[in-house]
Design a protein around this ligand. Structure first.
Ligand code: MG
Length: 180
């Protein structure tokens, strides 16, 4: 029987933090590098700025021009789809203005996805696929299947999940699952 894989968007398929860092620098007169910003300690913004940032993220086009995080992702997802049912699961409820841009972004880079398999959700505990690939330990903890943690500087300390550093590693991992 075909197994199913749910894939997160931000920091798994899309480079959200690069855009966020750029937006913070442009709006709040800072000059964080992407590395500093990703490390997390320097993005504890004052409350007013956090509020403003959410407004900016909620603008209709904010999520439309994100870069693909790892160029290999496109080809690997396409190949995985031959053997697994692929779902996209993005927790976008705190930024409802992003829905359309996120959908159009997926259609641009991953046009081969089944549109019926795109899920905008809150908690991913409702996602009952066999696997979930996510950078958020919080989402993986709520998930009942096999959690795969996409490595980011801010989740380095998390243990207990299979850890992947890039999409080539993900491809190899799932090739191994197929022959088991
Ligand atoms: Mg994410």
């Amino acid at each position: 029987m075909r197994k199913s894989i749910a894939i997160d968007m931000d920091q798994v398929l899309a480079n959200f933090y690069k855009k966020l860092c750029q937006t913070v620098n442009e709006n709040f007169n800072t000059n964080y590098t992407n590395e500093e910003f990703l490390a997390g300690s320097r993005r504890d913004l004052p409350e007013e700025q956090t509020k403003r940032l959410y407004e900016l993220m909620n603008e209709p086009d904010f999520f439309r021009d994100l870069e693909v995080l790892d160029a290999d992702a496109i080809e690997v997802v396409r190949k995985l789809q031959e053997h697994f049912d692929i779902y996209i699961a993005t927790a976008a409820m705190e930024v409802p203005g992003s829905f359309k841009a996120k959908y159009n972004w997926l259609m641009q880079y991953f046009p081969f996805l089944n549109k019926q398999n795109i899920v905008f959700c809150g908690t991913k505990s409702v996602i009952h696929t066999d696997y979930l690939i996510d950078d958020s330990p919080y989402q993986l903890e709520a998930f009942k299947g096999t959690g795969i943690l996409y490595s980011m500087p801010y989740n380095e300390a998390t243990e207990g999940f299979i850890r992947m550093n890039n999409w080539k590693e993900i491809e190899i991992y799932f090739q191994e699952q197929l022959v088991k």
